[in-house]
Design a protein around this ligand. Sequence first.
Ligand code: ATP
Length: 377
Amino acid sequence: MARVTLDTLRKEFDRGTVVAVDDLDLEIDDGEFVTVVGPSGCGKTTTLRMVAGLEEPTSGTVHFDDEDVTDIHAKERPVAMVFQNYALYPHKTVRENMAFGLKMSTDMTTSERHERVREMAEMMGIEDLLDDKPDELSGGQKQRVALGRAIAREPEVFLFDEPLSNLDAKLRTEMRAEIQKLQKEFGVTAMYVTHDQEEAMTMGDRLAILRDGELQQVGEPTEVYQNPVNEFVAGFIGSPSMNFVDVDVVTDGTGATIRSDEAGLELALSAEYVRGHDLETGRYTLGVRPENIVVDESPSGDETLRSTVEVVEPIGSDNYVHLAVTEDFLARSPAEVKPEAGDEVGVSFSEDQIHLFDAKTGEDVFLTDEEIAAAVV
Ligand code: ATP
């Protein structure tokens, strides 16, 4: 299979007024599964289409192993693509749909093609559907056909463009697992595009996070979750999202205090923390994840701040406790912590669980320039 390397890949539209992909560097190892994730319009599909050969880059290159494929036509690239809308021919049967791709891209004989289609259909659990037309199939069955058709071509690179968006939640979960199993079984290098951070977290060996065409961070899901390089990644990855509060940090030679008068927040930082992080007095954005916040229904006086409960949303295993700290502040508490709306509660988190971002650039202030550069390679 192939290692895929994107080198300063750029795509401009409308005579340069729209920069869809902004000098993107990304390497996907042979057999690796990389999920490209970001909000709508950040350049995910354009990137994928340049890898497929369906979109011509404005500048930069695409390599499969050591071969520069930038100018090679889509049909000549060893890739298979799976789309959200399945892209099946409506007048052809499942068998014909699956065989057609093989006819166009291989020199297999008719009987070889039919044998391959039968094998793939069996593997995808759709052998009983081979004589059906697409409009007789459910969304999940259509996507299985599209996957079977793609894998039958034995591509070196598998490209997925939001393939599960049209399916219901349960089927989506099932198909996520199935796609990962297939990808590992065949050892195909895969690039998977989604706007859904939850999907991105559950799939893929690594995530590549894009914003406005620019790569923000590449890393394993847990790495990105625990050590986001900037406020954007911190807020985008994780559900419910990280909470943010504008704060002042005042160092006093040994320790330091984080304060926000607006949120009524005061958190003393230890001397080790201040020394270890080389923390300076200034304005920051504090980030804390909902699951790292402790809500105390009987405030003791030792809490980080006090707040009023706005809404409590039970989700079964836990409660989402919405608090009036900032406009959108949420704690994830165990099910037994269930205050009422309007209650005053204690809210605590510790220095080990916070992130501090530069108030101007949004960068995690504890990362060096080298660490930030390493996070996007
Ligand atoms: P979505 O999740 O909504 O599909 P995306 O992250 O895949 O978004 P792209 O479709 O790659 O984003 O689009 C990136 C940017 O390029 C957007 O601003 C989009 O409007 C613009 N764009 C994409 N294709 C074209 C085109 N053919 N002509 C002009 N602008 C385009």
